[in-house]
Structure formats: structure tokens, C-alpha cells
Ligand binder design. Structure first.
Ligand code: C2E
Ligand code: MG
Ligand code: MG
Length: 750
């Protein structure tokens, strides 16, 4: 603020020089002849000196308004003023003592004129004026008193007092106005900055309409947004420009109608999203507007800002879509299914009805994906979704949970059997063959269902329970619908515990192998043993392989367990006579491990067993997943000299085509056909005959599994099977018992 005041001093320099010059000339005329010329000359010189110094000070303060005034500069300023005042005191005091009251008054008039001038011209910096006035007035007063002019002294005092008070007052006023000025300058800078920013923001424009809602004062940016020349637009009704064809029909889109209403009602609005048509193209505008009033306060139109928000809106719509729909199939995703289920549960509770949640999983989808690639897999999923959608109605909604898992929400499932009926329909429809990319694909579906609120009062509970039911349905071999029942929880819990124990079974040495003899169908002597895994768990006791092998496969624990079986079986077989072979069961999971062949090599090397004494038993299921990887692994071990048997032939997926895919040495005919044949089932008999005939032609041997008595053995022999395995010739037995058989045989043959 001091800066603001003192910067003014520099501007007053010419006037200052002029005033002092006139003052000096007047002083000289007053005192000419009264005072010695030498004294007058000295005074003029002294005044010139101090004035020069003072002016230099003033000049240096010219830029004070843009910086801080230092204390030293301030001090220099008042010292200069005091010096000038002091030199002016000389004629007042010293000269007048020699002259008369007339001279005294004359010189005082000159000095006081200088005071007033200073006060008027440099009112900004009152200190100079005050110092000058006080010093010169004091000198004049003292002089007046000394010469006994009391009235003059009083007038001078009064004058000085008025001067000081007035100077301070006007300095204050000046300061206030300067501060206000500075504030205004700052504000206008901000406004212009904002305006520039607004102009540079490509998206926004200003718009204005008159009382007839016709566009006025069209800005270039606004005309660009409208896709027309400013001249074409000026004076055209605003709505006509943005309503497209609906302008003729008057059938405005709701947002446009809203805008029209607001304009009609002269209502303020901000950020109104309006769907407009520009050159036949739909776009989204965000508009704000305020009615404009003239000086008399009467309405003269609307003015506002607008921007095109089509891109933002489209991307936010897209994001909203992506958040709720699955991109691959276009079906609702997990989030939307969750919401629908939550809604359905609420509805069911409110109206005392039932809702249902179905979870379905495709059977054998993974094998399609693995063997034919993700592209085919994706297309298949899209086809499945299409079929599912065709089965939906107002009461049902289907969606994709992820992978090959889908779900269906039935809002009202009160009708008895409706869930079961839909599940059957879905399984039947999805199990029809698909034609994708010149492949005919067969996948099935398993369904698990939960009925709410009976089976769950929350989305989470319903989902978990439907999932448990689905798990059971898959466990039963697929193609099934399984409704939730509370006992599923217990079995899930048991499975969890079993898995926990299974994880530690290897290190706790709980596994052992049993060996079941396989005999020559005609000679009835042992040709090999099948190694069968046994688990005696500390927590669960003896657990059958039918129970723990699938669990081990699911959890991939079968890899280390299977390795152990191979090692152990080879070690044991190495102790047997050279012509006795060993068969080891291997799961598909093991085959697709990259180092399966080296595992076999290691087992053979560690035990010293000849490769041709090891037979690997696989089931047809290996061809359903990663068929090529599995086949490559088997070919590698065949190259080592091992043989491969196809186990449980005739169950599950049976296709004679598999037999051509790999050079199996043996086909093991499943126990169910042997039992069937024993009961004279024509079908079983036909199958056994066909398999035997085919095996003969492909130079494979056949093993009949599960022969339990002499009658069955005789029948199997008659049917032409090469080998027999079954309780009749020996149950699975511990290693020691198996060894004992050779001793007997050895003695027999010896
Ligand atoms: P599998 O390979 O078909 O084994 C033959 C199964 O039939 C054995 O059941 C055996 O005890 C049974 N069996 C043999 N003869 C008769 C008979 O005359 N009557 C009856 N009722 N059953 C008979 P087990 O030992 O319970 O094995 C079941 C399945 O577990 C095996 O079927 C095999 O698939 C799997 N498995 C066993 N050990 C292993 C293993 O080490 N690794 C793998 N991956 N799977 C194994
Ligand atoms: Mg087997
Ligand atoms: Mg078998």
C-alpha cells in the first residue's frame, strides 16, 4: 500500500520543480535588498541541493507500486523532505527577523502555497506534506511569537492544523480508491481468463434465443454444432434446428419435450441432457439456460451454454452395458443375475410364492475347447446361449456366470414340477448336436437347482445351494438335474474333510497297493497283476478308490499319488518272475502332465523293470480332454516298449473310433457286460462278440473284467476272450500274497 502511495511522487516531480522555482523567485523579490546577496545566493544554492536530492529520491520510487518499499527508502524520503523544509525555514525565520511583518507574511504566503500545492499534488504521500507543513509552520510560528505577532502565530497554527488533518484524510481516500482499483483490475483479469478458457474448450458453445425461441447472435461454435452456416440458422426456431423430423409431427422425444416446456415456461435450467437430431444423426447435448431480461425487467429471450456429450454418453452407456451383460453371449452376467435373483426372492417372500435358481454347466465342454480351440469353444457358447434364450419367457431369465456355467432365475416357480420340467427341457435342448465350423459337436448339460425362499433366503445362499446341487448332478455323470437337498451340505463337508486328509496321505504313508491276478482264459495261469490303490486313512478308515480317485483327480493330487503308484508297482513287479507283467491305472490328468513319459522312465529305471513288463491302463475318458496331448504321451511310452490297455471298455462314452486312435494292446471289457452276458442279455453278448472280433482283427487281446464264478469263466472262454480278471481267479491282494502265488506256481511248474 505504501508502494501505491509513493509511486505517485515521481509523477509530481515537474510540478515540484516549478512550484519551488516560483517560490524561490518570489522569495528573492521579497528579500532583495533586505538580505545580503551572498546569503540569498547561499539559500538558493542550498535549496537547489536538497531539492536535487529529494527529486532523486522520488524518482527511485517510481516503480514502488509493483514492489515492496524498503524501510531505508522510506527513511531517505522523509529525510529529504525534512531537509527541503529546513532550507525553507531559513527565509521564514532568519530573513524575517531582519525585515518587517509584511515580509514575514509575504514569505509565509509563499511557503504555505507550497504546502497546499504539495498537499494537492502529492496527496498520495501525506508524510512529505506533513513534515513540510509542520516544520515551516513551527518556524513561522516561533518567528511570529518572537516579533510579538500573536494573531499571526495563531493563524499559522490553525492553518498548519487544518493542513495536517486534511492531508491525512485525503491520503486515506486516495488509498482506498487505489485498493478498489487494484481489486477491479484483478477481477477483470479473472473474467477474461475464464472466458478465454471457455472459448478454447472445443466442446462448449453459447446459444441465445429471442422471445419467439428463434436462434439469435449465433456463435461460430454453435453453428458448427448444428452443422449449418450461421446465416442459415439466425432467426430459425431453436427446436426446429434440433428436432429433426419430429418438428413436423410434433412428436418430440421426451428430453426435447422437456426442453421446449422449460423454454415456454421461461424456467432456468442447467445440465439438461437432450437427445437432438443434427443432419439426421442422433446426438446428445447438455444444455443450460437462463431467461434474459432487459433493463425494465421484461423477458427478451434465453441465453445459455451447451455442449455435445454424445461420446461421453455412449461410452457411459457402453460401460453400463458391459457391467451387466456378458460380451461373448450377450446374456446377462453374474451381476445382473444376482439382482434378478434378489428381486425374485423378495417377490417370493412378499407374495408367499416360490422362486428358483438353476445353475447349469456344460458336460464335455472343456474337451471341445481343448481339442478344437477357443474360437470354436466361444462359438459353441454363443450357440448354447441362443438355445437357452429360446427357452426363456417373461417369468424366466438366463445369464452366464462365466466359463461354461450358466444360470436361470425363475421368478415364480410355485407350480409343482415347473423347475424339474424346465431343467429337463434345457438338458434335452442343449444336448442336441451343434454344428460349429464344420464340426458336429455333442455337449450335454448338468443342472442343479435351489428353490427360494425354502432353500435360501439370500442370493448367496441360493447360489451356494444350487451350486452344491449342480456339483452332485455332475458327480452323477452329467446330463442330470439335481435339486438341492440339505444332505448335500453334509456330503460337501465330508468331501472337504476327505480332501484335507488326502493331501497328507502320501507323506503319512497311508497308501498301499493291492494286486489282482489276470489269468490266461484257456490255460488259467497268471499272466499279470493289476495294481490297485488302497487308502487306509487315519481319519476315515479304509476309503474305496471309487471315492478318493475322482477326488484326487479333481484336486490334481492324482499327479504325485499316481507317480508313487507307478514307482511302487514297478518295484514290486521287478521281484516277480520275468514273464509276469504288471498293469497300472493312469488317469487322464496324469497323461496331460508334460513329464508323464519321464515319470514312467524313472519308475522303470529305479526298479530295473523291463519296459515290456509294464502295461498302462487308461479309460476312454482321456480322449474327451486334451486328446492330442494324451495320445502323444501314450505314443511316447509305447515307444519305450510299454503296452497300453483300454480299461472299462463299453462304459460311458464308448466309441469304436477310439480304438483306431491308438495301438492298444488290450481291450478290457467292463464288468457290466460280463454280468449282462451271464444273465443272458443279448445286447451284452453281442457287444462282447463284436469287441472280441474287432480286437482279433486289430491284433489286440481282450480281458474280461469281473468274472466271479466258474460258469462265467466258461462263458467268457466260449466267447473267445483272451484273458480273465475277476474274483473267481483272485481278489485284489497285498503284495506278499501275490508273491506267494508264484511260489506255488513256481512249484507247480517246476
Ligand atoms: P478298474 O481299473 O476297472 O479296476 C478293476 C476294479 O474292479 C477294481 O476295483 C477291482 O477290485 C474290481 N473287480 C475286479 N474283479 C472283480 C469281480 O469279480 N467282481 C467285482 N465286483 N469287482 C471286481 P477297485 O480296486 O475298487 O478299483 C476301482 C477303480 O479305481 C479301478 O477300476 C480304477 O479305475 C481305479 N483305480 C484303482 N487304482 C488306481 C490307481 O492306482 N490309479 C488310478 N488312476 N486309478 C485307480
Ligand atoms: Mg484298471
Ligand atoms: Mg476296469
Amino acid at each position: 500500500m505504501r508502494g501505491l502511495q509513493y509511486a505517485r511522487l515521481a509523477k509530481g516531480i515537474p510540478l515540484k520543480i516549478a512550484a519551488h522555482t516560483v517560490g524561490v523567485l518570489l522569495g528573492l523579490t521579497i528579500f532583495f535588498g533586505l538580505v545580503a546577496p551572498i546569503a540569498l545566493g547561499s539559500w538558493v544554492l542550498a535549496l537547489a541541493g536538497v531539492l536535487y536530492y529529494s527529486i532523486a529520491c522520488d524518482k527511485s520510487l517510481a516503480d514502488a507500486d509493483t514492489r515492496r518499499l524498503t524501510n531505508a527508502e522510506f527513511r531517505k524520503h522523509w529525510i529529504a523532505v525534512a531537509l527541503v523544509s529546513l532550507v525553507w525555514c531559513v527565509p521564514i525565520g532568519f530573513f524575517t527577523l531582519r525585515g518587517t511583518a509584511t515580509e514575514m507574511l509575504a514569505i509565509w504566503t509563499v511557503v504555505s502555497t507550497l504546502c497546499v500545492g504539495s498537499a494537492l499534488i502529492i496527496s498520495a504521500a501525506p508524510l512529505g506534506t506533513i513534515i513540510f507543513t509542520v516544520m515551516t509552520a513551527s518556524a513561522a510560528c516561533v518567528t511570529a511569537l518572537l516579533v510579538g505577532e500573536f494573531e499571526v502565530a495563531a493563524i499559522i497554527l490553525f492553518f498548519a492544523a487544518v493542513m495536517v488533518i486534511g492531508t491525512i484524510g485525503s491520503a486515506r481516500t486516495y488509498l482506498k480508491s487505489r485498493i478498489a482499483e487494484a481489486g477491479i483490475a484483478e477481477k477483470s483479469e479473472v473474467v477474461s481468463l475464464l472466458l478465454r478458457e471457455f472459448e478454447e474448450n472445443q466442446a462448449d458453445w453459447l446459444w441465445q434465443v429471442d422471445t419467439g425461441r428463434r436462434v439469435r447472435s449465433v456463435s461460430p461454435r454453435f453453428s458448427f454444432a448444428l452443422g449449418k452456416e450461421p446465416a442459415e440458422i439466425e432467426g430459425t426456431p431453436f427446436l426446429q434446428l434440433i428436432a429433426g423430423d419430429s418438428w413436423q409431427t410434433g412428436q418430440f422425444a421426451p428430453s426435447l419435450h422437456d426442453l421446449a416446456e422449460r423454454l415456454k415456461r421461461r424456467e432456468n435450467f442447467s445440465n439438461l441432457i437432450v437427445k437432438v437430431i443434427i443432419n439426421g444423426e442422433h446426438r446428445w447435448w447438455e444444455l443450460s439456460g437462463t431467461p434474459i431480461l432487459d433493463d425494465q425487467g421484461s423477458y427478451i429471450g434465453f441465453r445459455g451454454v451447451g455442449s455435445d456429450v454424445t461420446e461421453q454418453r455412449e461410452s457411459s452407456e457402453k460401460i453400463a452395458y458391459l457391467a451387466r451383460y456378458d460380451t461373448l453371449t450377450g446374456l446377462p452376467n453374474r451381476l445382473m443375475l444376482n439382482e434378478a435373483l434378489r428381486d425374485a426372492i423378495r417377490f417370493a417372500e412378499q407374495w408367499n410364492t416360490r422362486c428358483a435358481f438353476l445353475m447349469l454347466d456344460l458336460d464335455r465342454f472343456k474337451s471341445v475347447n481343448d481339442s478344437l480351440g477357443h474360437l470354436v469353444g466361444d462359438q459353441l457358447l454363443a450357440r448354447v446361449s441362443k438355445r437357452l434364450k429360446e427357452l426363456m419367457d417373461d417369468n424366466t431369465m438366463c445369464g452366464r456366470l462365466g466359463g461354461d456355467e450358466f444360470a436361470i432365475v425363475i421368478r415364480d416357480a410355485s407350480e409343482r414340477g415347473s423347475v424339474e420340467a424346465l431343467a429337463r427341457k434345457i438338458i434335452a435342448k442343449l444336448s442336441q448336436p451343434y454344428n460349429v465350423d464344420h464340426h458336429t459337436l455333442y455337449v450335454g448339460a448338468s443342472v442343479g437347482s435351489a428353490v427360494g425362499p425354502r432353500d435360501g433366503k439370500t442370493v448367496e445362499e441360493m447360489m451356494r445351494n444350487a451350486d452344491l446341487a449342480l456339483y452332485r448332478a455332475k458327480d452323477e455323470g452329467g446330463g442330470e438335474h439335481c435339486p438341492y437337498e440339505p444332505s448335500l451340505h453334509a456330503s460337501a463337508e465330508e468331501r472337504r474333510k476327505l480332501e484335507f486328509s488326502l493331501r497328507r496321505a502320501l507323506e503319512r504313508n497311508e497308501f498301499s497297493l493291492n494286486y489282482q491276478p489276470v489269468v490266461d482264459a484257456n490255460e488259467e495261469h497268471v499272466v499279470s497283476f493289476e495294481a490297485l490303490l488302497r487308502w487306509n486313512s487315519a481319519e476315515h478308515g479304509f476309503v474305496g478308490p471309487d471315492k478318493f480317485i475322482p477326488l484326487a483327480e479333481d484336486t490334481r493330487l492324482i499327479i504325485p499319488i499316481g507317480t508313487w503308484v507307478l514307482e511302487e508297482a514297478c518295484r514290486e513287479a521287478a521281484r516277480w518272475p520275468n514273464h509276469i507283467r504288471v498293469a497300472v491305472n493312469v488317469s487322464g490328468e496324469q497323461l496331460i502332465e508334460p513329464d508323464f513319459a519321464s515319470t514312467v522312465v524313472r519308475a522303470l529305471a529305479n526298479s530295473g523293470l523291463n519296459a515290456n513288463r509294464l502295461e498302462i491302463e487308461v479309460t476312454e475318458s482321456i480322449f474327451l480332454r486334451d486328446a492330442n496331448v494324451a495320445r502323444a504321451a501314450l505314443e511316447q511310452i509305447i515307444a519305450l516298449g510299454c503296452t497300453v490297455a483300454l480299461d472299462d471298455f463299453g462304459t460311458g462314452y464308448s466309441s469304436l473310433g477310439y480304438l483306431r486312435k491308438l495301438s492298444f494292446s488290450t481291450i478290457k471289457i467292463d464288468r457290466s457286460f460280463v454280468q449282462g452276458a451271464a444273465q443272458k442279455s443279448a445286447e451284452s453278448l453281442a457287444i462282447i462278440r463284436a469287441v472280441v472280433a474287432m480286437a482279433d482283427s486289430l491284433e489286440m487281446t481282450t480281458t474280461a473284467e469281473g468274472v466271479e464264478d466258474a460258469e462265467e469263466a466258461a462263458m467268457i472262454r466260449a466267447l473267445g476272450c483272451t484273458k480273465i480278471q475277476g474274483y473267481y481267479f483272485g481278489r485284489p491282494m497285498p503284495a506278499i500274497e501275490a508273491r506267494a502265488i508264484f511260489d506255488d506256481q513256481g512249484r507247480l511248474t517246476a
